[in-house]
Every structure is written in structure tokens, then in C-alpha cells.
Write a protein that binds this ligand. Structure first.
Ligand SMILES: Nc1ncnc2c1ncn2[C@@H]1O[C@H](COP(=O)(O)OP(=O)(O)OP(=O)(O)O)[C@@H](O)[C@H]1O
Length: 282
């Protein structure tokens, strides 16, 4: 996948080359090359265990890579001091919890740490940043609640706020919509598009292929720790690729209200094959 630089205007990109990651002695990311442009919303899709979370964690420098490079604007991201790296890349993980009785405001303010003085003192600017991040993530009313008393969907949005408070240039999100209700899913996807439009490189691991096709500019398809396809979701997410990667039957339809792709899935069983079909365009 690649970003088309605007005429004469340099576009910030993340370039990962030949990444290999071993966990527990097992090769879980195997020779991954990918390019993620700023100003675009990129989806990372693939079956359970494909290596999506591991790849996102590696791009954020949370898990060590065995071989390969990750460049941000042509400079090695992973070898930068942790604080510098955290000023560039923020990761919102799938599951997060804490035993400490932290309020939501405490959790989100952790995102401002890379921008604080070396002594770690916060400023009124940091407070304003936290308030703005809570508002942007749509959860200002949760500020004084205890984080570990929140629902899964509320935690997910607070984690997004924490990542936003980090003021990243590269925002890495592991299944940012999986705990959210339909309205919250769509508002979150719209927010990610808006963030990408403001120049941030946004990469989200997603399981919902309609979300990837209808809302994202780019898609990276990971299977067995390897990139099997990448590019414009409308050309990459074909029925054939979906069958090969997920073993399910796909019909790529057109959403009657939005005109965007709508990917209807079914198991490739004889019963389904005999069932009445929706009109398919692919
Ligand atoms: N700490 C670990 N030690 C050993 N193996 C691990 C560890 N963490 C993950 N794995 C393995 O690495 C592989 C990739 O896991 P990963 O969580 O990156 O996949 P994923 O694509 O994010 O999956 P999912 O869609 O289920 O979240 C899996 O086979 C998993 O079992």
C-alpha cells in the first residue's frame, strides 16, 4: 500500500520493510512490508491470529521486531528514544485495564506525558489537551468516573481519548469499534476520517469488512503474519480475496442509502448456496 504524494508537497509516511516478529518462539509476523500515508485512514484486516495486534504493537515500539525497519518520514522510528517515539506514534489497544483507582481524566492525561517536562509536571495546557481529547472522543461526561468501572465501549472511547491526548502524527488503533454500539461505531469511523483529513496517519485493525471498504482509504490484508494484499479497499476487498483469506462467501453490494460498498457474508455451505441471493455486484 502506498500514499500518493500531493503535487510537490511532501507527505509523511510510515514505511515498514521486511518486519519479522517472534512471540514465544513462534514467527507471528513474517516479512511484512507496508506503507501507510498520512492524511489517510488505513484498515488492517485479517483473520483471528493473523498478526494484526502484533504488527500494530511493533509499529508503536511496544514489541521488539526481530528483523526489519520501520521508518517515519525516512527516519528509523523504533530506534528513537521512547519519548520521541511517543510524540509521533500513539497506540490504543484492544483490551486495557488497570487495578489502580484511576479516573478517566487520569488515564487520558497519561497521553500528555511525552509532551511534559522531563520532571513530569503537567501544565494548564495539558489539562486543556485532556479536556479537548475527551470531547473529541465523545466522552467528556466520563471525566470524573473511575476507569475500571466503565463499560467496554466507554473504555474503548477513553483509550481513544488517551491516544489523542498524545497528539500523535501516527495513530494506531486495535479494533477501535469492537465494543461500540452502531451509532458509536459510525461516529468513531467518521472521527477517524476527520483525524486522517487533518493530516494524521491513522491505522485501524478492523474485523468489519464493510467498515474497511466503506470508510477507509487503504486496506492492508494480513494472513498468517504476511501481507497478502494492500491498496484501495474497493479493488482489494473482492469476493475472491475474502473467500481465500477468510473462507467465507462474500457479496459486494452497494449500500442503498450511502452508495458505499456493503459486504454481505455467508458460510459457503450448500444450504446457503440454495438460499435466495441478494443482487451481487462482485
Ligand atoms: N505473547 C504471546 N506469546 C506467544 N504467541 C503470541 C503472543 N501473543 C500473540 N501470540 C500469537 O501471535 C499470533 C498473532 O496474534 P495477534 O494477536 O497479533 O493476532 P490478531 O490478528 O490481532 O488476532 P485477533 O483478530 O484474534 O485479535 C497468534 O497466533 C497468537 O496466538
Amino acid at each position: 500500500m502506498s500514499g500518493a504524494p500531493g503535487a510537490g508537497r511532501p507527505v509523511k509516511t510510515l514505511d515498514a520493510a521486511n518486519l519479522e516478529i517472534r512471540l514465544g518462539g513462534k514467527l507471528v509476523v513474517d516479512g511484512v512490508d507496508c506503507t501507510v500515508p498520512a492524511g489517510a485512514l488505513s484498515a488492517l484486516v485479517g483473520p483471528n491470529g493473523a498478526g494484526k495486534s502484533t504488527l500494530l504493537r511493533a509499529l508503536a515500539g511496544v514489541v521488539p521486531v526481530r528483523t526489519g525497519t520501520v521508518l517515519w518520514e525516512g527516519r528509523d522510528l523504533l530506534r528513537r528514544p521512547r519519548r520521541d517515539r511517543a510524540r509521533i506514534a500513539a497506540l490504543a489497544e484492544q483490551e486495557s485495564g488497570t487495578d489502580a483507582p484511576l479516573t478517566v481524566r487520569d488515564v487520558v492525561s497519561l497521553g500528555t506525558m511525552p509532551h511534559r517536562s522531563l520532571l513530569g509536571f503537567g501544565t494548564s495546557d495539558d489539562d486543556a489537551e485532556v479536556t479537548a481529547a475527551l470531547r473529541t472522543a465523545g466522552v467528556p461526561e466520563l471525566a470524573d468516573r473511575l476507569f475500571n468501572e466503565l463499560s467496554g465501549g466507554q473504555r474503548q472511547r477513553v483509550q481513544l481519548a488517551r491516544a489523542l491526548a498524545q497528539r500523535p502524527q501516527l495513530l494506531l488503533l486495535d479494533e477501535p469499534t469492537n465494543h461500540l454500539d452502531p451509532h458509536a461505531q459510525l461516529t468513531t469511523l467518521a472521527l477517524l476520517r476527520e483525524l486522517a483529513g487533518s493530516g494524521i496517519a491513522v491505522v485501524a485493525a478492523l474485523h468489519d469488512l464493510t467498515h474497511a471498504a466503506a470508510h477507509c482509504d487503504h486496506v492492508i490484508v494480513l494472513s498468517g503474519g504476511t501481507v497478502v494484499a494492500a491498496g484501495d479497499p474497493r479493488t482489494v476487498l473482492t469476493a475472491e480475496l475474502i473467500r481465500e483469506v477468510y473462507g467465507v462467501q462474500a457479496h459486494v453490494l452497494v449500500h442503498p442509502a450511502t452508495g458505499r460498498p456493503l459486504i454481505a457474508l455467508s458460510l459457503p455451505s450448500p444450504a446457503n448456496a440454495a438460499a435466495p441471493r441478494l443482487e451481487a455486484s462482485a
